[in-house]
Ligand binder design. Structure first.
Ligand code: N01
Length: 533
């Protein structure tokens, strides 16, 4: 790869919220930085996921940057849970407000990054042949950025339109009056299904695993609540940073067991949180995530809701999940289960009637042809590692990330990799982002990286590299934490279980405050677990 004469301090891959804030923070510290982004605009997730009904599942007063009080005072969300266009507008506002655009190269896909052991820099090349050298490389590529396109044999036989929720076209897609199929019932599928059902002639939902969904009770943002939060925003953010997931201080989890109250009281408390809506249901008791028996009570509460909402008992039964609630990320919905009461909506249970193939005009399942004009794949992502593993990323000795991660994503602190000096992963494996309000997680990791780079510069240290021992211990720690919860009890993307052949290693760390504390300790201890040169 060609060398450029003066290396920049930070090359950042990706212009989502992570890349934007990394660029801003680097500049504030007097570091030179460049963001390289494959898409035609900023916003990452909210640039690509334009499917009908796409919206955030954490309240917008929380799912937003807190690093600048002027920003959080000025910006006004219109809804309790912002929809994709508003989130994309927010990302663009951040880019403009902090004059970031001249540091962002759009429509440019990074193809390779090789560590240059002589010059102690990353040599980074784009697909179009341009190249840069950088002292530090930050992969702000997002945990959910490479769409999962399952290998459905015969799919190309289908002559109708095929769409993926995570790669939705920019021009309007008019599904009015069409016969539409949706494969997948995770968050993307749930939002798509609920939104398009009233528009389409016929909607066929192909479900492999039933999903737990709790009501969002979305609506216009409560102005009184907004005023209350804004009057105290820094303290509100601080309270959220102390929560397990970096959000939820408006409805803190209760500190007692599901078994410490009577059955009637338990039901009343679940109901109270169901009526409030959102993830707070999982905080009704303090043992829902750690005790399978307590978790089962919450799961049964939601199954009873499904049975009471869905009129057809067979459909209701097929919609009832049996895995632990929360084990796959909970969906936050707007009438998902009730959608199956519509006469134009049909559920196809792939557990009993698997997809046999495709015809020019539809999907064959259970010996029946489901005639479709369009098929929507809401099949998720090759999460957390998929995007990084598609790079030609090579560390010391030319060792590739594909070799390093052959048995799963080895990392230290969810930030660094042994053999890959001065490389940082944002919201990647080993970090809490997937369980956290991701913007809060990004703010923390970006600040850690910026602190580290400026600190190392001040000390005259040129390279920071995780030791293999620290890395192995960290992955064991992440998995040990997960083993104390219900998270190993299902086939989730947290485990890599949604992608055939992907190593089953539990990737995200549960517990944001402890993670923040650990990262700080590592810095205070002179970068324990790292070798410095
Ligand atoms: O993806 P998913 P997603 N044949 O992996 C099914 C975030 N997000 O895009 O469960 C048939 O959850 C798969 O079935 P199964 C959020 O963190 C947030 O919906 O593997 N079906 C599943 O039903 C979320 O967790 C928001 O058996 C197949 C679905 O496809 C994450 O993104 C909105 C299949 C995939 O569900 C991912 O959500 C959207 C196959 N071969 C996303 N392969 C909000 O903020 C997969 N499936 C609200």
């Amino acid at each position: 790869m060609t060398h450029t004469p003066a290396p920049i301090d930070l090359l950042i891959v990706g212009a989502g919220f992570g890349g934007l804030y990394m660029l801003h923070t680097a500049r504030q510290r007097g570091l030179t930085a460049l963001v390289v982004e494959a898409a035609g605009g900023v916003g990452g997730t909210w640039y690509h996921n334009r499917y009908p009904g796409a919206r955030v599942d954490i309240q917008s007063l929380e799912y937003s940057f807190g690093f600048d009080d002027a920003l959080q005072q000025d910006w006004c969300w219109t809804e309790r849970y912002a929809a994709q266009p508003e989130l994309l507008a927010y990302a663009n506002h951040v880019a403009d407000r902090y004059a970031l655009r001249d540091g962002i190269l759009l429509d440019t896909r990074i193809a390779a990054a090789h560590w240059d052991e002589a010059a102690l820099v990353w040599q980074v090349a784009a697909k179009d042949g341009r190249s840069w050298s950088a002292r530090h490389l930050v992969l702000a590529t997002g945990p959910l950025s490479t769409p999962n396109q399952p290998d459905f044999p015969g799919l190309s036989d289908f002559k109708g339109r095929v769409l993926h929720t995570a790669a939705w076209p920019h021009e309007p897609v008019d599904l009015t009056g069409l016969r539409v199929g949706v494969i997948g019932t995770g968050s993307s599928g749930v939002q798509t299904i609920t939104t398009i059902a009233p528009q389409v002639a016929q909607l066929t939902v192909f479900q492999r695993t039933p999903t737990y969904a709790v009501p969002a009770h979305n609506g216009p943002l409560d102005k009184a609540l907004e005023a209350q939060v804004k009057a105290d925003y820094p303290a509100f953010r601080e309270r959220n940073r102390k929560m397990m997931g970096g959000f939820g201080s408006m409805l803190p989890p209760n500190g007692f067991s599901a078994f410490s109250v009577s059955a009637e009281e338990r039901e009343r408390m679940f109901e109270e949180r169901w009526q409030i809506g959102g993830f707070g249901l999982l905080g009704t008791f303090n043992d829902l995530i750690v005790n399978p028996a307590a978790n089962e009570l919450a799961g049964e509460f939601v199954r009873n809701k499904i049975r009471s909402i869905v009129h057809d008992p067979a459909t209701a039964a097929a919609l009832c999940p049996s895995h632990p609630i929360g084990c796959k990320r909970l969906c936050v919905d707007t009438g998902y289960y009730a959608t199956f009461n519509r006469p134009n909506v049909r559920l196809v249970d792939l557990q009993t009637t698997p997809i046999d193939g495709f015809t020019a005009t539809g999907v064959l399942a259970g010996g029946e042809e489901h005639t479709l004009d369009a098929l929507i794949l809401a099949t998720g992502f090759d999460a957390m590692t998929g995007t990084m593993l598609r790079l030609d990323l090579r560390g010391r000795g030319g060792r590739s990330i594909q070799q390093h991660w052959r048995a799963g994503p080895l990392n230290y602190l969810g930030l660094c990799l042994s053999g890959f000096p001065n490389l940082y992963t944002l919201t990647g494996p080993g970090a809490t982002a997937a369980f956290t309000n991701v913007i809060v997680a990004i703010e923390h990791q970006v600040q850690w990286i910026a602190d580290t780079v400026t600190d190392l510069d001040a000390r005259g240290v040129r390279t920071l590299e995780a030791t293999p021992e620290a890395e192995a211990a960290w992955v064991a720690h992440v998995n040990a934490v997960a083993a104390r919860t219900i998270y190993l009890g299902c086939n989730s993307w947290y485990l890599g279980a949604n992608i055939p052949g992907k190593p089953r290693i539990f990737m995200p760390l549960f517990g944001f405050p402890a993670y923040v504390q650990k990262c700080a300790e590592v810095q205070q201890q002179g970068y324990a677990g790292f070798s410095l040169t």
